[in-house]
Design a binder for this molecule. Structure first.
Ligand code: R5P
Length: 322
C-alpha cells in the first residue's frame, strides 16, 4: 500500500483529529461544505493518487446529510485514483432497519451498504454495529470493532465485585456477555418490546439483581427509553444501584433530561458520535475511542491482524473526555 492519508467529513471532526494525532498524521485537506442550494460540495485538496485513504465519518444526525458527505468524498477520492479507500464509520446509521418486520418496509441498512460500495469504498471499519449481521450486507471486507473492552475496563477500575451485567433486550445478549466476561460478573437479560417506534415496554427479566450493582450494556442510546425502563425494573427488583454503558450516544433532544431524572446513577458512553454541549448532563460520562480506531487503521494499513488488537490483555485505560 502507498502512503496512508486520512480525511474527515463534518460528522465528527474532533474524533478524526484525535485519531490523526494518535497516528502522527494530519487530517487530509478537503473542502466538505454545501452549495447554496443545500447540496453537498466536496473538493479533495491534496494529491491522493496511489495512496491508502481512510475517510472518517460516523453517520450520526443529520444522518442523511452525513451519508451523502461520505459517499461524495469516496467518489471524489476514487476519481482522484486513490489506491484503496476505507470508509471508517464508527456509528452506522439506519442499522436498526436491518430487516423487514412487516410487509412493505425497506431494509435501509442494506441500502446504505449498497451506496457505500457503489460509491467506491474498498473496505469498511465500523464499531459495535447494532446487528453484527450487517457486515454481510457488504461484499467487501468489514472490520466491526467493539468498544466493549474500553467500557469494561472503565467499570473494572471502579466496581467492587458485586456486579450483574444486564442486557436490556434479547438482541444485546452477546454484547452483554462479552462485557461480563471481561469484568467477571453475572448476567441478567430483560425482554422488551416496542409498542410503537421509539417507545419501549419492558416485559420480564431473567436473572437476580437483588442487592447488586446492575450495569446495563447497550449499543446505543436514542430516546433513552430502553435504559430508563430497564433501570426502573432493576430498581424494582432490588438492585443497589443502576449504571449504564452504551457505545453510541445518539441522544435525541429529550434523552439527557430523561436520563437526569431517572433512577440511573451514571451513564458512560463513547465519542463515536459528537455530543452537543446542551446534551451533556452530570450523569453522562464520555470515554475516548480514538486510540482504538487509530490502532485498527494502523493495522489495516500495515496489513496486520485487527482481531489481535482485541486479544490484548489488559486493555489500556482510555481518557475520560467529559
Ligand atoms: C435496540 O433497540 C438498541 O440496542 C437500543 O436498545 C435502542 O436503540 C435504544 O434506543 P432508545 O434509547 O430510544 O430506547
Amino acid at each position: 500500500m502507498g502512503e496512508m492519508k486520512i480525511f474527515s467529513g463534518n460528522a465528527n471532526r474532533r474524533l478524526a483529529e484525535d485519531i490523526c494525532r494518535q497516528l502522527g498524521v494530519d487530517v487530509g485537506k478537503a473542502v466538505v461544505t454545501t452549495f447554496k442550494n443545500g447540496e453537498t460540495r466536496v473538493k479533495i485538496e491534496e494529491h491522493v493518487r496511489g495512496t491508502d485513504v481512510f475517510v472518517i465519518q460516523p453517520t450520526s444526525a443529520p444522518s442523511d446529510h452525513h451519508i451523502m458527505e461520505l459517499l461524495i468524498m469516496i467518489d471524489a477520492l476514487r476519481r482522484a485514483s486513490a489506491d484503496r479507500i476505507t470508509a471508517v464509520v464508527p456509528y452506522y446509521a439506519y442499522a436498526k432497519q436491518e430487516k423487514k418486520t412487516s410487509g412493505r418496509e425497506p431494509i435501509s441498512a442494506k441500502l446504505v451498504a449498497n451506496l457505500i460500495v457503489t460509491a467506491g469504498a474498498d473496505r469498511v471499519v465500523a464499531m459495535d454495529l447494532h446487528a453484527p449481521a450487517i457486515q454481510g450486507f457488504f461484499d467487501i471486507p468489514v472490520d466491526n470493532l467493539t468498544a466493549v473492552p474500553i467500557l469494561a475496563k472503565h467499570l473494572d477500575d471502579r466496581a467492587d465485585g458485586n456486579v450483574v451485567v444486564v442486557s436490556p433486550d434479547s438482541g444485546g445478549v452477546s454484547r452483554a456477555e462479552a462485557f461480563r466476561y471481561r469484568v467477571g460478573a453475572g448476567l441478567a437479560i430483560i425482554a422488551k418490546q416496542r409498542p410503537e417506534p421509539d417507545e419501549v415496554e419492558v416485559l420480564e427479566m431473567v436473572g437476580d439483581v437483588e442487592g447488586k450493582i446492575a450495569v446495563i450494556v447497550d449499543d446505543m442510546i436514542s430516546t433513552g427509553g430502553t435504559l430508563i425502563e430497564a433501570a426502573d425494573l432493576l430498581a424494582a427488583r432490588g438492585a443497589r444501584s443502576v449504571f449504564a454503558y452504551a457505545v453510541h450516544a445518539v441522544l435525541t433532544d429529550d434523552a439527557p433530561g430523561r436520563i437526569h431524572n431517572s433512577s440511573l446513577e451514571r451513564v458512560v458512553v463513547t465519542n463515536t458520535v459528537p455530543i452537543p454541549r446542551e446534551c451533556m448532563d452530570e450523569k453522562i460520562e464520555v470515554i475516548d475511542v480514538a486510540w482504538l480506531i487509530a490502532q485498527a487503521i494502523r493495522r489495516i494499513h500495515e496489513g496486520s491482524s485487527v482481531s489481535a488488537l482485541f486479544q490484548a490483555a489488559p486493555f489500556p485505560r482510555q481518557e475520560t473526555l467529559i
